[in-house]
Design a binder for this molecule. Structure first.
Ligand code: DGL
Length: 238
């Protein structure tokens, strides 16, 4: 089974990393739209347009399923994409919401991109105390691999009395350890890539195959990928 996974950049690789833990012999085709990054401030129309192009790419690559490994596209465009996609398509927010509903914890903080937070997808669908915060500096910091710890601390301080923190953008697992330094010890940190695993079943092939496609490649991107994906892969600019 050929699995297509996409995001604006390296964030979705964190999802691929989780998928690989459970299905280490799959066939994966990843698309990161680095040329159009970040997605987090784009309009719904722009996000739909970009996502449709990626769906066409996956059709050419003959994938069997598509995973939207992007919180921004999942929260704004999933239903439209599901309607038009001839290939089975999964989003990353639905399984996260199911998981949050099942938790016996009431105070949930969400960090996400502006567009994800503006959609209020979490607070609309979860009847608990949900605080949604747009952490707009995070994605550029992560993609550029240059961190301002004061900014990370500022956001961490805003959720001091919360039980749960949802990393509502797939880029954010990369700064999980940095965030942890400023968060209370007992907070539960939720990674959407882990939640997804309860929702999908992947038929593995005999051998692992990973192809990574990006719309723009530079050295920082190559170094970032190496830190996340510890298996062999081929990388292409398209
Ligand atoms: N990783 C994406 C998300 O989960 C997109 C981040 C961005 O490009 O702003 O929202």
């Amino acid at each position: 089974m050929r699995v297509g996974i996409f995001d604006s950049g390296i964030g979705g690789l964190n999802v691929l990393k989780e998928v690989l833990k459970k299905y280490p012999s799959g066939e994966y085709i990843y698309y990161g739209d680095t040329k159009n990054l970040p997605y987090g401030n784009k309009s719904k129309e722009e996000l739909l347009e970009l996502s449709k192009n990626i769906l066409d790419f996956f059709t050419l690559k003959k994938v069997d399923i598509i995973i939207i490994a992007c919180g921004t596209v999942s929260s704004n465009c999933f239903y439209e994409l599901k309607k038009i996609s001839k290939i089975s398509i999964y989003d990353i927010i639905t399984p996260t919401i199911s998981y949050l509903k099942s938790l016996e914890k009431e105070k949930i903080a969400i960090f996400g991109t502006k567009r994800t937070i503006d959609s209020h997808i979490f607070s609309k669908n979860i009847e608990k105390e949900v605080l949604e915060i747009a952490t707009k500096e995070f994605v550029p910091m992560i993609e550029e691999d240059k961190y301002d710890l004061e900014i990370i601390k500022k956001y961490a301080n805003m959720i001091k009395d919360y039980d749960v923190l949802v990393l509502g953008c797939t880029h954010y697992p990369i700064i999980k350890d940095k965030l942890k330094k400023y968060l209370q010890d007992n907070i539960l940190i939720v990674d959407m890539g882990v939640c997804l695993l309860d929702n999908i079943k992947i038929k593995e092939s005999n051998n692992l195959k990973i192809e990574l496609y990006f719309s723009k490649i530079d050295n920082t991107l190559k170094e970032n990928i190496k830190k996340i994906i510890k298996y062999d892969y081929k990388i292409y600019e398209v």
